[in-house]
Design a protein around this ligand. Structure first.
Ligand SMILES: [Fe+2]
Ligand SMILES: [Fe+2]
Length: 144
């Protein structure tokens, strides 16, 4: 399973959001590691899914807070992207709880890596022109 490597082109220039994205890539890579037959471990997969649910929820909140703070005009559309993805992860997780054999780490990894790469490199970077010199929410490190 190929690992996703952080590239500078993924950066939006806000340290806290970039750190979130790195952590998400790490969780997705961990899911990829679980897809290897020799490391197949349902308990670890359940744990990884739970951490993904929690981390994406916290990250989406942080990112939407930043978008609101700079009056990003695409925030409503962006929130829909987040909601759709969160529902997708929850639904995969529920399927896994209902029938662990029906959900593989490989299939979850494929969904996650495809979405995160497109979303982080695409939609998340749409905020960059709107950051300007405004001071984002106080929890976010601003590095102009
Ligand atoms: Fe993001
Ligand atoms: Fe986003």
């Amino acid at each position: 399973m190929s690992r996703i490597v952080w590239r500078d082109q993924m950066s939006i220039g806000i340290r806290e959001i970039d750190d979130d994205h790195r952590a998400l890539l790490d969780l997705i890579n961990q899911m990829g590691d679980l897809a290897q037959p020799e490391t197949l471990d349902r308990a670890k997969m359940a744990d990884c899914l739970l951490r993904l649910i929690r981390y994406t929820r916290d990250h989406f909140n942080r990112e939407e807070q930043l978008m609101a703070s700079v009056h990003f005009p695409g925030i409503a559309k962006h929130q829909k992207f987040h909601d759709t993805f969160a529902e997708s992860i929850l639904s995969q997780s529920q399927r896994f709880v209902d029938n662990p054999e029906a959900v593989t780490a490989c299939s979850v990894h494929a969904i996650l890596s495809d979405w995160v790469l497109r979303h982080v490199v695409g939609a998340d970077r749409d905020i960059i022109p709107h950051l300007g010199t405004q001071i984002p929410v106080n929890t976010v490190q601003w590095t102009p």
